[in-house]
Ligand binder design. Sequence first.
Ligand code: C2E
Ligand code: MG
Ligand code: MG
Ligand code: MG
Length: 281
Amino acid sequence: KVKKQGKNGHLFYTEDLSDQMIARVELESDLRKAIERDELVVYYQPQFHAEDNRLIGVEALVRWNHPSRGILSPGVFIPIAEETGMIYEIGTWVLREACRQMKQWHREGGPLIPVSVNLSAHQFHQPNLVEYIRSILEETKLDPQYLELEITESMMMDPAVSINILHELNKIGTRISLDDFGTGYSSLSYLKKFPIHKLKIDRSFIADLSENQNDQAIVATIIAMAQNLKLDVIAEGIETKDQLDILTENDCKKIQGYYFSSPLAASEVEKAFFIPSRVSQ
Ligand code: C2E
Ligand code: MG
Ligand code: MG
Ligand code: MG
């Protein structure tokens, strides 16, 4: 990686590490300016119903169009945003932008589908979360039933506190989905107490689904459990027909993954799925 010849391996390592630290500090200071410079973009990954392939929702996934590095994925900058507290500003921006876009699509005659927005742990535990979601919904005029918030099991470490927040969100009328389901520790006894609407089967169970019988058993069990608890269920990360077939055979009809579509810019969603008249004008 580093061309310079150090006298020993230790020197090598130190140079490498300080390079990394400089890169990290630069990224952090760039990120502080990203919002005002309008560099953040929301992509939307379509979700489908397997029976008739109709569009049933989209998940908002933030991207950073970095001036010199190109498009950066959230895996690169969301952790920095969380560590530095910038996640509040970024998260609020994403929520507002996703709600604004979905309301615009509804107004323009697009399908009445919901948008899912990911919340980070910090956001979820932010004291004014419910207040600012309410105000974003008022500002954008999006009907709350069309906003789905994605949280993860790992955010629910203190179940009593989490249940309170979830009840508050339910009062506003938003829907709640448990993302990456199966990868965290959730006690099944709490699962039935959480006022949530949907389980989202993590893609780590889908990746080897065709070959791995354990994954097949886990996925079938999650689907059956969701049905018994009267929860909606969707699978993410579907890349092959085989995976799709196994899921539908097990009665999971809601699907998200590259097999159908990768996350798309808003204009691409319009072109591919609705408002053809506007595109051709
Ligand atoms: P996630 O919420 O589980 O989102 C799904 C991730 O899987 C997305 O990655 C998506 O592009 C990717 N994906 C979708 N279909 C497939 C597939 O068929 N195969 C594979 N291998 N991957 C697929 P992305 O966009 O890089 O986002 C990564 C994570 O970053 C998200 O995981 C979410 O936890 C977080 N994230 C994204 N946007 C936001 C945001 O606005 N706020 C917060 N707090 N977190 C976000
Ligand atoms: Mg998600
Ligand atoms: Mg996630
Ligand atoms: Mg996920």
